[in-house]
Design a protein around this ligand. Structure first.
Ligand code: TMP
Length: 237
């Protein structure tokens, strides 16, 4: 396989660094060991987390490709890094929920663990200064962030991804509670970007309902790398 040249750093976020490569269409995502929550208010370095997120994301991206769903993923380069297509990011987080947890529970008073009667899709506008507010199609279109057509394509892909991931995870005794996706544009096409990992999804053991995701950090439950390793062990098994 041809080697890839790592060039200048383009961006550093809370959990990732992006590097340009010699090919203008490709960038490298480096997954850091840093964990943050509550818009960066809670912070810690957790050795092993970056590597697990890179590996777990790669498994999910390959699964989506095998089901005909295109993403930015090209291949995993090493323990911490993936080669991906360089997207023009749409600053919207698409959240899909199958079971009530997290902010849905806090905001609406539903009981954690309640199975939702149908899939809930939410949009958040990505803006740290505003604290990533919950928005709808009208807000995003009025702000010039995305068109209705683009947003309905994001919804379509997110719901399809939910079907594929939910079914796959169920075979590995994991419930897909909820997750967050980010999309971007490559050659005029809307592609899934970012990552699919226990940092961005909630995974519960189907039987025990044990939390095997970043809620271990958010809720000070401990055992984060053990939980991420368990997710990885199950999805490759
Ligand atoms: P929430 O319940 O806190 O709104 O989170 C819903 C899902 O989105 C959950 O799986 C975690 C994920 N998420 C992120 O990936 N990044 C974020 O900044 C937030 C707030 C949630």
């Amino acid at each position: 396989m041809e080697t890839v040249e790592k060039r200048e750093q383009l961006y550093e976020g809370k959990a990732k660094i992006i590097y340009q490569t010699e090919n203008p269409d490709y960038v490298i995502i480096h997954y850091k060991d840093d964990a943050t929550a509550f818009n960066g208010a809670k912070k810690e370095s957790i050795p092993g987390k970056g590597e697990l997120n890179a590996k777990i994301s790669s498994v999910f991206f390959e699964l989506l490709h095998s089901k005909g769903i295109p993403t930015h993923f090209v291949r995993q380069l090493n323990d911490h890094e993936l080669l991906v297509r360089k997207l023009e990011i749409i600053p919207v987080e698409v959240v899909i929920r199958n079971i009530a947890a997290g902010s849905l529970v806090r905001r609406l008073g539903l009981k954690e663990g309640t199975k939702l009667p149908f899939v809930i899709r939410e949009f958040y506008y990505k803006d740290d200064a505003l604290g990533d507010p919950l928005v709808n199609e009208y807000h995003l279109q009025a702000m010039g962030v995305a068109t209705f057509e683009q947003l309905s394509e994001l919804s379509r892909q997110a719901l399809e991804i939910n079907r594929v991931l939910r079914e796959f995870l169920r075979q590995h005794q994991l419930d897909l509670v909820d997750f967050k996706l980010e999309f971007g544009i490559f050659n005029g096409q809307i592609l899934l970007g970012d990552e699919i990992s226990p940092d961005t999804c909630r995974f519960w053991d189907t039987e025990t309902h044990e939390k095997l995701d970043k809620d271990r950090f958010r809720e000070d439950l401990g055992g984060l790398t053990e939980a991420y390793s368990e997710v990885y062990r199950r999805i490759i098994g």
